[in-house]
Design a protein around this ligand. Sequence first.
Ligand code: MRU
Length: 331
Amino acid sequence: MDLRPTIREDEGAVVILDQTRLPAEPAWVRLETLADAAHAIRSMQVRGAPLIGVTAAYGVALGLAADVSDMHLADVIATLAATRPTAVNLHWALARMQRVLQNSALPTRRETAWREARAIAAEDRSANQAIGHHGFALLEPLRRQGATLQIMTHCNAGRLATVAHGTALAPIYAMHAAGIPVHVWVSETRPRNQGLLSAWELAEAGVPHTLVADNAAGLLLMQGRVDAVIVGADRIAANGDVVNKIGTYLKALAARAHGVPFYVAAPLSTIDFSCAAGSAVPLEERAAAELGAGTVAVANPAFDITPAELVTAVVSERGVARPVEIGRWNC
Ligand code: MRU
């Protein structure tokens, strides 16, 4: 098992695990330029809100290799900001890089960019570790006596979507490490099949899991085979609405219908306090080719909005809060 972080520095370059080649083969790819970093995000070699943010931060450092001027910095940030619209971590990381770099003298600007990107990566790792800890305390009591805890997740909000640990999967890894019997229902997540990524990393970590078609989730919830649903987020609005991978909303509806708690795990970098409600979040529309549908008309929204009232609680590095209470983390 290769548990190296999904992104790491290597002598002035950045090395990533190419997720477009998983689960078939783990392949590490070197990003050497701004164009490499932008391509990695756009093509989903890296994906998942936190990892997109960290890659963008490193992309700024790569982009300043030959020119550290204000004008070039603005171009670099604009290039990266245009890669994907929904995950706010991308824009959060770029705003942070901009803020730090505009206060940095030109001779040390490049070095400052690497240092800040490194700090963002390190903070992601520690935030997710804390999410694991808080999520453990939330989920473990749901285990029925003597039984295996049955958790459902959607998309991939595991270590592959972050620098390490994952968000929604962090509590599961923490429970597994503590010897608590846990099994994960992993939904396939059409059309990009990020469920296969979750299955791949859960298998690597030895966590029992079962892959199901997206549309099997309602039946499993109806049959009482799920104790809790936990997913990640690409952006959480100030009112607690959650924007996440397409299909999340249907799971939240089914969970509510069957009295199963629905949790969202995300670091503070995923909460957009400047965005009043989920309806204001730009939802990425992806290529028709992803549905493999020749010449028929296709709509391919990549994300949906789960209203705050369907979310039992949000887990962040600060702890657990009801969606209407996340404002207390805004400091
Ligand atoms: O299109 P993707 O694969 O980047 O979408 C990823 C998701 O929707 C994840 O659930 C979300 O980013 C949380 S990752 C910790």
